[in-house]
Every structure is written in C-alpha cells, then in structure tokens.
Design a protein around this ligand. Sequence first.
Ligand code: ADP
Length: 263
Amino acid sequence: MLTDNLIKIPYYQATGKETEIFVHSYSNKIPFLLKGPTGTGKSRFIEFMAHQLNKKLITISCHEETSSTDLIGRFIIKGAETVWLDGPLTTAVKEGSIIYLDEIAEARPDVIVAIHSLTDHRRLLFIDKLGETIQAHDDFMLVASFNPGYQRGFKELKPSTRQRFIAVSFDYPEPKIETEILVNETNIDSDTAKKLVAIGNKIRNLTELGLTETVSTRLLVDAAKIIHSGLPKRLAVHVAVVEPLTDDLQTIEALKDLCNLMI
Ligand code: ADP
C-alpha cells in the first residue's frame, strides 16, 4: 500500500552497541530494560527498533495509578451485558507485538507481579479475572524503561525484577553525536547546535546545583526547534532549557547569565 511507504522511519542515532544488543535480546526472547534519565532517547530507540524488526509497538506510560487491570484487561458493561476487554499487555501477548512499559517502577506493585511469568522461560500471562493462562505469541517482546534517579523522588526497581531483563544504560550522548541529533531533528545550523550542546554539558557538570534532573537531549532539541522557527537564541535557551529545569529564582538567574555568555 502506498501509505505504508510513507510511514517515516524513526530517526535514531546510536550511541553504543544498543541496536545490536536489542536484536540479540529479541531473538533470544529475553526482556529488555532501558535504564537512564528522561530525554535520553529511550522511547525513540524502541520506536526505531520496532520499525527495524517490523513489529507493532504498544507503549504504556506508567504512572502511580497504573495497575495490572489497566494492562491485562477488564470487564465492561455494554448494554445489558458484561463483556471482557483485553488490555494492551494481553493484546501484545496475543498478537506478538512489542510492549514498552515506560517508567515501569512508577506503576503499582501488581504490575510487576503480572509481568513476572512473562519475563521467564514460561512466557505466560495469567488472567485471573477470566481464570485463563495465555502462552505468549512467538514474536511477543516485553520492554521496560526505568529511571535509576540517583536523586530523591524516584522509585526503585527490585533486584528480583531487574534480573529478568537484559539491561542497557542510556545517557547523554557525547557532544559530536548530540550535535548531530540536534541538526537532524531540527535542521538547525551546526554552529548553533554545537553551542547548545556546550550549554547542555556545562549545566550537566554543575552538580552542585542539586537539580533533580539535568539538561536532557530533549530540552536541547526543543531549544533548537524554537530557534530554528525564529525565536531569538538567548530567549529560546531561557525558556526551553533553563526554566524547565528549576523554579529556584537564584538558580534561574545564574543559569541564564551563564547561557547568555555561551550563545
Ligand atoms: P526518553 O524516552 O529517554 O525520555 P526520548 O526518546 O523521548 O527520551 O527522547 C527525547 C528526544 O530527544 C527525542 O524526541 C529526540 O528528539 C531526541 N533524542 C534523544 N536521543 C536521541 C538519539 N539517540 N537519536 C535521535 N534522537 C534522540
């Protein structure tokens, strides 16, 4: 079909051996865990890999209310009847898709319980509400991401869960690669991209600021986008990089001064 050819290939710039590792993890049916801070390309990587492997990707952004029912399914009332509705995990298990549980540690503990039998050699999903057990489709793959968050406010993932995955760390790419990402993603000129990356790295090294999360590639991409669409560079950096990082007025002022010197 013509529309199939028009589906854009997700742009992903590899930063290490992650694509190769993912292929091996997939072919050996071992679940895959992406560790790392927000905005480091984890979601983009999975979109890219699903495209490469020609598999459907189902993404679930987990939060503190995400329960096993949300993933497995529930009975709903339809007219005078009660009907069962498969959740996204059950759908993926049946049809052989890749399911990506983004920020899995944020979900309720029953989610971890629900995936356990899927993450070992059994590859089984128990649907207790139906009294059924489903054998996962051969092509099914479970992928999860987790932010180790060396700072406060992030949840941990138990060793008994982590050890069921092949795990790869994602981090901010080295400057040359990050500059390429900005240019590719936004069409910005490489000189400005380099300056944005330098700002990003400068702030990342200011560990004494105690930021919960520091400048991600996503923030730099956003800054590059609004510069490319015509916003003055300094203003763009203030609103796309500095303001999202902190609410502390003194830190904001100090970071703005720093950035003004660099762009
Ligand atoms: P995460 O899932 O880790 O929070 P994303 O995958 O959503 O991060 O990445 C945020 C943005 O950063 C992407 O939309 C993309 O523009 C850019 N990005 C980060 N890393 C890469 C990469 N390696 N290749 C291409 N784009 C990247």
